[in-house]
Design a protein around this ligand. Structure first.
Ligand SMILES: [Zn+2]
Length: 260
């Protein structure tokens, strides 16, 4: 029964996606820098209006990542992606093609999904030996794991010398210190405190320092690094701030280089 509902939902979502992809095409004042779609508006998600590409389903964080690669890392693309072994954790479909065709090897991993190459628990990647990957992509996962410290130690361990990890996390506006939930919280508590039943914490602006403490050199990139025209056209930030106090209205991408 659950499978039937799942299949029905996927079918409905595909139909809607196709409809939106071709319906919102004029005027062309928005464009996706990942799949090349352009049109009048992006789709809404749970938190924000006008943020999801109707063709590839990219959201603000994916397009911000691509914009950073195009503008700041293009010269270093070889150093970061080309000829590199990449592990994409809980892979977002919209980035798969770009990463796959530009890398040496491309591997996907997830704890629960069946469509990935590896079953991995970020806090204990016992099936991956030290120094295995040059780049780990970890977008919106650290809010789910049992221990951020264990996950960052493990990520550091499986990275090669001078390897990179790229992170995004949900961050509450103006929150200085990350709020951790205790292990007794039930699903409803988590939904109320962190915005989603399977989130264990909500990050503050101390996330960057957290990464530094785990032997990473951090470069933080947000929409403020780009021309306003580009931000508005590619949707590199939500056009309208969500009034939900738990929403991430200011997305940041953390490009991190392993120090040792
Ligand atoms: Zn797209």
């Amino acid at each position: 029964m659950n499978k039937a509902i799942y299949i029905f939902k996927r079918f409905k979502s595909r139909i809607f996606k196709k409809f939106a992809e071709y319906f919102f095409i004029y005027p062309k004042n928005k464009g996706c820098n990942i799949c090349g779609w352009s049109g009048s508006r992006f789709l809404n998600d749970k938190w924000h209006e006008n943020v999801i590409c109707p063709k590839c389903f990219s959201s603000v964080r994916h397009r911000l990542f691509k914009a950073a690669i195009d503008e700041f890392y293009k010269k270093d693309l070889y150093l970061l992606i080309s000829n590199k072994n990449i592990l994409h954790c809980a892979p977002d479909k919209c980035l798969k093609k770009f990463l796959k065709i530009n890398s040496k090897t491309y591997t996907t991993g997830d704890l629960l999904r069946e469509d990935c190459d590896l079953v991995i628990d970020l806090c204990d990647m016992k099936n991956i030996s030290n120094n295995s990957y040059d780049l780990l992509i970890v977008f919106d996962i650290l809010e789910h794991v049992e221990s951020v410290g264990n996950a960052l130690n493990e990520i550091n361990r499986v990275l090669t010398k001078n390897g990179h990890a790229i992170f995004t996390v949900p961050q509450k506006d103006g929150l200085k210190y990350t709020i951790e939930g205790n292990s007794k919280l039930n699903k409803k508590d988590r939904e109320r405190q962190f915005g989603q039943w399977d989130h264990r914490r909500i990050f503050g602006s101390d996330f960057s320092e957290m990464l530094t403490n785990y032997e990473f050199m951090v470069t933080e990139i947000s929409d403020k690094n780009f021309r306003l025209e580009k931000v508005l056209y590619n949707g590199l930030k939500p056009f309208k701030k969500s009034l939900n106090p738990l929403a991430t209205n200011e997305r940041k991408i953390y490009f991190c280089k392993k120090i040792n």
